[in-house]
Design a protein. Structure first.
Length: 330
């Protein structure tokens, strides 16, 4: 009798994932997003938050850094098989033209507004998945050095090697990274003086179930994380203020939440902004969040400084031109 072919092992059931050199120093959420292809990002975050995913037998946070030899246990997941995402050629071409710098270690993009850094939560793909298709031969499957909100444009660093990723993450932890943004804020600053906001930031869910961040007294003290942002006024445009924002930390929605906390929310922000001000800006042609990561500078482990910059997009410059026109002021 002919032997029956051996059936492939089902991907379902609890599993233990061993961390190799590829995952050394990586955040838990990024590790899981790579290893559990096809599993929604929102589900991964929920499982970690509930303690259903354990690292070396202990509860962990999504921000925990992994090390070689660690074991990550995941529960039974009814997950689809990983498939090659159908990324439109126009998106790939746009990203190809958005590369600001590339060497053996890192790649820096002028991230377009409207593209999320990761797929998941209803998104078929993100920038990281698209860039992996553009750069399939890297030693390391391209990884995000940091994140930008979906509507934010500007400098975004991706690592091409494990050494490059670890070096940049070490610079982040040790305060050797400086990020500068341009933001159009609602309202003029008193005496045109800089404003520093150091309110801690925490996550919460609104009545609509949507996750939002809160600062200061509205933040849950048990989950709040320290954050600091410096808002430097540059030029007034009627009832709006163009400012450079320098951040010493990189919390989720930090600039948007701190802008709200100081009474000067970012223009075009539908979660933390002012509806009346947003309507005025829509009338001037604004169709997105007016927040742009203008510059990224960091010092690597050898003491060498790296500086990257991205010009203000034409779509945002046109808004400033419209607000500065005689028709707008008159």
């Amino acid at each position: 009798m002919k032997a029956r072919p051996r059936q492939p092992q089902s991907p379902s059931g609890p599993r233990t994932l061993s961390v190799t050199e590829r995952g050394d120093g990586q955040r838990l959420d990024n590790f899981l997003l790579r290893e559990l292809k096809g599993v929604p990002k929102s589900l991964i975050y929920r499982l970690v938050r509930k303690g259903a995913i354990r690292v070396d037998g202990r509860r962990a946070k999504v921000t925990q850094r992994l090390s070689v030899g660690s074991e990550v246990r995941v529960p039974d997941l009814d997950r689809p098989e990983a498939v090659e995402r159908d990324i439109p050629p126009g998106v790939l071409d746009r990203l190809r033209r958005s590369i600001l710098h590339e060497d053996d270690q890192v790649l820096v993009l002028d991230k377009p507004s409207g593209l999320a850094v990761h797929g998941g939560s209803g998104l078929a793909f993100g920038i990281i998945e698209a860039m992996r298709q553009l750069r399939p031969g890297c030693e390391l499957e391209l990884e995000l050095g940091h994140r930008l909100d979906r509507e934010t444009s500007g400098c975004l660093l991706l690592a091409k090697t494990r050494a490059g990723l670890q070096d940049f993450h070490a610079a982040l932890r040790e305060g050797r990274v400086e990020k500068r943004y341009l933001a159009l804020l609602v309202g003029a600053f008193p005496n045109d003086q800089p404003i520093v906001c150091d309110e801690p930031i925490a996550s919460s869910r609104g009545q609509d179930g949507k996750r939002r961040m809160r600062a200061g007294e509205d933040a849950d003290p048990e989950s709040a994380r320290s954050a600091i942002s410096q808002f430097v006024p540059l030029e007034r445009f009627g009832s709006f203020q163009l400012a450079e924002v320098r951040i010493g930390t990189g919390r989720t929605h930090q600039i948007r939440v701190h802008g709200q906390a100081i009474g000067h929310p970012v223009g075009g922000d539908h979660d933390y902004g002012l509806p009346d001000a947003n309507r005025v800006l829509r009338g001037a042609g604004l169709k997105r969040l007016f927040l742009h990561a203008q510059a990224l500078q960091y010092e690597d482990s050898a003491g060498e400084s790296h500086v990257y910059s991205a010009p203000l997009p034409d779509e945002l410059q046109s808004i400033l031109d419209a607000l500065a026109s005689p028709e707008a002021s008159g």
